[in-house]
Design a protein around this ligand. Structure first.
Ligand SMILES: Nc1ncnc2c1ncn2[C@@H]1O[C@H](COP(=O)(O)OP(=O)(O)O)[C@@H](O)[C@H]1O
Ligand SMILES: [Mg+2]
Length: 225
């Protein structure tokens, strides 16, 4: 693959990171619509959405058949495939790529699942470095309340049930997500995340995101939409 760490393509790769329920989808929708209205070409891509790989991941999860390594490798393949088919072509065409989660999600999850941090970082060595990473941060308790009230329940994998932290789903979610939050916190400096307080109202967060994007949007190499 013709990939390098720092890309020099005319487009921009903007990442929205954060744990389950922090509002990534909500903010991404608003950002994409706004950018399109402002005249930019926009492409969106989400974690685990590759046409080739997603079904394999879903099937393996249904059977609880993944271990630490196969979990890592499948998700890495998913990103490699999307880089190839979606992200790279868009960046070359001068588009703004909005990515809902990126390899930081893997860095957090895989390490919590027992992978060596250096190994996971190396595994994703093929991937382009984003131009900007927003980390939507929210404390565990309000996040838990938000997920239960809006989704009506907790997800098996987002609760780390596959790695048997607790047989109680609620306890398991708290244990697992607090470790994930810790990993994100550790990465914030390492990767220069723009940390966003995700417990604020939707419109406030959106305003902050738009303001933070100003420098990037002034780049004349971007294509119009
Ligand atoms: N800032 C916010 N304040 C209150 N509720 C929010 C906020 N952002 C999102 N929500 C709600 O929380 C739920 C999860 O949001 P969503 O965007 O799907 O999160 P994610 O994609 O990060 O999992 C949705 O029901 C959404 O309407
Ligand atoms: Mg979402």
């Amino acid at each position: 693959m013709e990939l390098s760490k720092h890309h020099n393509y005319p487009g921009k790769l903007i990442v929205l990171e954060g744990t389950d329920g922090v509002g990534r989808s909500t903010q991404m929708e608003l950002l994409a619509n706004w950018l399109a209205v402002e005249g930019y070409g926009v492409t969106r891509t989400s974690w685990k959405s590759s046409g080739l790989i997603t079904r394999a991941i879903e099937k393996a999860k249904e059977k609880n058949a993944l271990n630490t390594i196969t979990f890592s490798l499948l998700y890495a393949t998913d990103l490699a495939e999307r880089l190839n088919s979606i992200i790279l072509p868009a960046l070359k065409a001068g588009l703004i790529v909005l990515a809902d989660r990126y390899y930081y999600t893997a860095f957090a999850r895989d390490v919590v699942r027992g992978a060596d941090p250096a190994w996971v970082r190396k595994l994703y060595g093929f991937a382009l470095e984003p131009d900007l990473v927003f980390y939507m941060k929210m404390p565990l308790e309000p996040l838990l309340r938000r997920i239960i009230t809006t989704r009506g329940g907790l997800d098996f994998y987002e609760s780390g049930r596959d790695i048997g932290m607790s047989t109680d789903l609620y306890q398991s979610f708290k244990l697992y997500q607090s470790q994930i939050l810790y990993e994100f916190e550790q990465m914030a400096d390492e990767f220069g995340f723009k940390t966003i307080d995700a417990s604020r109202p939707i419109e406030d967060i959106q305003r902050t995101l738009r303001k933070e994007l100003k420098d990037i949007l002034s780049d004349k190499s971007l294509a119009s939409g």
